[in-house]
Design a protein around this ligand. Structure first.
Ligand SMILES: [Zn+2]
Ligand SMILES: [Zn+2]
Length: 174
């Protein structure tokens, strides 16, 4: 055999060996752990991963694994006894208005207002907002203008305003 041919032959053998090794894998008898939303299915023994990420594990609108928020305004609307008279809902928006017909000088103790206020309290708690926020909302004066909340919560934006002629209007947005 000429030296050049020898090299070609050796390379071919090496290639075949590498192919065999590749096809037979690392020799691990994989033991797969279920994929989660942060890690794909992983072999307990060798750490090899397979496939994409798994499902989120959602409880009370929060993924228990990655902490991502899954706020369902429709569910909150329903669970908090909202009425289409004084509340509005969409996928990324929920609003409550204690004086939906803008009756002049309506007291917050009127029927809708009372229902709406109870709902606001419940929505706040469902969204993980602090209880003092409700107190702030109901003590807002007309001259305060639109107020916003930026403290801890489940990633929703909250804003509200109050005027005796238009009521307390609270908006929750994603
Ligand atoms: Zn393995
Ligand atoms: Zn998750």
């Amino acid at each position: 055999m000429k030296p050049k041919k020898k090299v070609v032959f050796a390379t071919a053998i090496l290639a075949i060996l590498l192919c065999c090794l590749f096809l037979s894998g690392c020799g691990c008898d994989h033991e797969w752990e279920t994929a989660t939303c942060t890690t794909p299915s992983t072999c307990k023994k060798c750490g090899k991963t397979e496939g994409g990420l798994g499902e989120h594990s959602i409880k009370n609108s929060v993924c228990q694994i990655c902490g991502k928020q899954f706020i369902d305004f429709f569910a909150i609307y329903k669970d908090c006894g909202c009425s289409s008279i004084w509340a509005e809902v969409s996928a990324d928006y929920l609003s409550v208005d204690t004086n939906p017909y803008d009756i002049s000088d309506l007291s917050l103790s009127m029927l809708w207002a009372e229902e709406a206020l109870v709902a606001i309290k419940e929505i706040n708690s469902k969204l993980g907002l602090p209880s003092y926020l409700y107190q702030e909302m109901v003590s807002t004066r007309a001259i305060d203008g639109r107020q916003t909340y930026t403290g801890p919560g489940r990633g929703v934006n909250v804003s509200w305003r109050f005027h005796p002629d238009s009521g307390l209007e609270v908006r929750y947005t994603k």
